[in-house]
Design a binder for this molecule. Structure first.
Ligand SMILES: [Zn+2]
Length: 432
């Protein structure tokens, strides 16, 4: 009986795949045929061509939301209404830290946004402590019995948020859901999940927070935008968080379509390190650029730890290899997304086992190392847009004692992206 009750609860707010035989009257077909050989998927709302995605002459499937399991025209869906069946603790916030005056001001604004059920963007520079600013609003929503989703495009961010949110709200149910590794879903007042997983919910959340709304794969992905819109209730609060809002958000702000709060100071109150630009004038084939080598040698002698960002896996391997020839005693290695030892290498760097890490953009965001200088090799590469360069620069100066870490962009030309990144950092530093 107890288990059945829990099972029924677990369905609350969910979109569940079922068969034709299910006697539930609210079931509806997963895929609906449209004119001209087209069909619409009712889980993700994407439209595709039947003959392109046919398995047999009678059977076709949706290619867009395949990652959640194959949905065919023989499947049915049931959307279970959200019950908001929570035991609400009187004092949900168990975090006892303090906010800076700037953080506090934004925290109050967010409580107001939640009261008014609005959409709002928080533009908070890297290392400013944006998670803590959400706590008062979350506590307010919990007391009101609201169901809350904290979502991010990437699994790493969810994994990092999960223990922090659990620690800050010890008496509230918090569950974690994403496609990697073991994670057990249960009906909880707070859900931390990747944006993809929101497709498993329908009109479930009163408050949804979308972290890193400017990052891959959420950006320019209609499926994931749809996932967010479907997962929230009709009357909802939606908070976007970003350190580097994409031009689309900035345009919405400029046109008055989206309200926002700006936190341009790090929690320690110091400026963001301003990148220096170094023009590369000569690049000889198959050897390390002299200017780059000179900068690295200086850091090596000072025993200053650093990250060197490059634009491809090949470059990461190549430069690390050349460095090994030129400076055999420099403790360094390379890392990239496909590296099976990625996790261990990053941890070893964190533990001071390496002085330097040559990396692709995988370490562009979401990682915090203390007292790190940052260099970008070939910053004029098309792989580095302004947002990426700002995020990379944000890896430096994370602690109060070392807020003046260096950031250097090496490039053959001063691109628009480099210009925009440097200007934006300068502007954020000037704003009071
Ligand atoms: Zn679909």
């Amino acid at each position: 009986m107890g288990d059945n009750l829990q099972e029924t609860k677990d369905l609350s707010g969910r979109l569940i795949v079922t068969t034709k035989d299910n006697p539930q009257s609210q079931k509806f077909p997963a895929l609906i045929s449209l004119a001209n050989d087209q069909f619409r998927c009712q889980r993700c709302q994407m439209v595709n061509c039947q003959s392109t995605y046919s398995i047999t002459s009678q059977l076709f499937y949706c290619p867009e939301c395949l990652v959640l399991g194959r949905l065919t025209n023989q499947d049915y869906l049931i959307a279970y209404p959200e019950q908001n069946d929570f035991v609400v603790p009187p004092h949900p916030l168990t975090w006892t830290g303090t906010l800076t005056p700037k953080q506090h001001a934004i925290s109050c604004q967010l409580c107001q946004v939640q009261m008014n059920k609005q959409e709002h963007l928080v533009w908070a520079v890297t290392g400013s402590g944006k998670t803590e600013m959400l706590f008062a609003m979350l506590a307010q929503a919990i007391r009101q019995g609201e169901r809350i989703a904290l979502t991010a495009p990437r699994v790493d961010v969810c994994n990092e948020l999960y223990p922090r949110i659990k620690a800050a709200f010890r008496t509230t149910g918090v569950s974690l859901l994403h496609g990697q590794g073991a994670n057990h879903y249960y009906y909880s007042q707070i859900l931390i999940c990747t944006v993809h997983q929101l497709l498993k919910f329908r009109a479930a959340f009163d408050l949804l927070i979308l972290d890193e709304c400017d990052s891959y794969p959420y950006v320019n992905n209609p499926l994931l935008h749809q996932a967010v819109q479907q997962a929230v209730k009709k009357r909802h609060t939606l908070i976007y968080l970003s350190a580097t809002p994409s031009p689309e958000y900035q345009q919405q702000i400029a046109q008055g379509q989206l309200n926002y709060s700006l936190l341009n100071r790090r929690f320690h109150g110091h400026d963001l390190p301003e990148p220096q630009f170094r023009l590369i004038w000569r690049q000889r084939f198959n050897c390390l650029n002299k200017q780059l080598l000179h900068s690295i040698t200086t850091l090596y002698q000072k025993q200053q730890r650093f990250l060197l960002f490059v634009d491809s896996i090949k470059q990461a391997e190549f430069i690390s290899q050349l460095l090994h020839q030129e400076l055999p005693n420099l403790q360094q290695t390379f890392v990239h997304a496909k590296d099976p030892l990625r996790g261990q290498k990053v941890q070893a760097f964190r533990d001071n086992q390496w002085q330097a890490l040559v990396t692709t953009t995988i370490l562009e965001r979401g990682v915090t190392f203390f007292n790190i200088d940052v260099m970008v090799w070939q910053a004029d590469s098309h792989r580095f847009n302004a947002q990426t360069l700002i995020q990379i620069a944000g890896r430096a100066g994370r602690s109060a004692e070392h807020s003046d870490n260096q950031v250097i962009f090496f490039a053959k030309q001063y691109t628009l992206a480099i210009d925009q990144a440097i200007r934006q950092i300068r502007r954020l530093n000037q704003d009071e």
